[in-house]
Design a protein around this ligand. Sequence first.
Ligand code: ADP
Length: 207
Amino acid sequence: MTQKATNIHWHAGNLTREERWKLLKARGCTMWFTGLSASGKSTIASALEQVLVQRGVHCYRLDGDNIRHGLNKNLGFSAEDRAENIRRIGEVAKLFADSGCIALTSFISPYRKDRDLARQMHEKDGIAFIEVFVDAPIEVCEQRDPKGLYKKARAGELKGFTGIDDPYEAPEKPELVLKPATMSVEESVKVCLAELSKRGALPTWAD
Ligand code: ADP
C-alpha cells in the first residue's frame, strides 16, 4: 500500500526492543489463529489468553468481531475489505508484540495472500509470527454454529460467507495445526503453550 503522508519520519525512541523486553521480562510475538467461522479460534484463543494472564504473562487477544466494532467499523466482507481488515490487524498485532505482549489474533483471515502479508510485516521486523490453523471440517463448524451464521448463509440470508459461497484458503505451512473436532480446548491450549515455550516466548516463571 502506498503512503499518503509526506514529511514523516520514524522516531525510534530511547529504548531498543531488546532493552524493553529485558526490563519488562517479556518477549512479544504474534499467534495468528486462522480457520473457518465456528472452528474454535476465539474459544481456544480466549482459553489460552486466560491461562497466560493467570500466569502473569502479558497477553492480549484481538478478536474478529470485536475489532469490527471499533478499529475496523468501516469495513465489510468484500475481498478488498477483508484484505484491509487483515492488514490493519497485522499492523496492530505487530505493535502489541513489539511492546512485549503475546498478541493472539482470531480472524477467519481466509486469503493466503493477506495472511502472508501479515507474516511478512512481522518477519521483516524480526518479530515471531506463529500461524495456527484451526482445522475443523465445515460439517463440524456448521453443526456447532454458535452464532447461527451457517444457518443464515444456507438460507441465502447471508452472502459471501466463508466456506459456503466465499473461499477459505488453508495455510500451506502453518507453524501449528489444531484439530478441534478431535482435540479438547485444553489440549489445543497445551499445544499452543508448548510452541510458545519452545520459542522462548514465556518468561521463566510461566514456563
Ligand atoms: P470462531 O472464533 O472460529 O468463529 P468460536 O470459538 O466462536 O469459533 O466457536 C466455536 C464453537 O465450538 C464454540 O461454541 C465452542 O464452545 C465450540 N467447541 C466445541 N468443542 C470445541 C473444541 N474442542 N475446540 C474449540 N471449540 C469447541
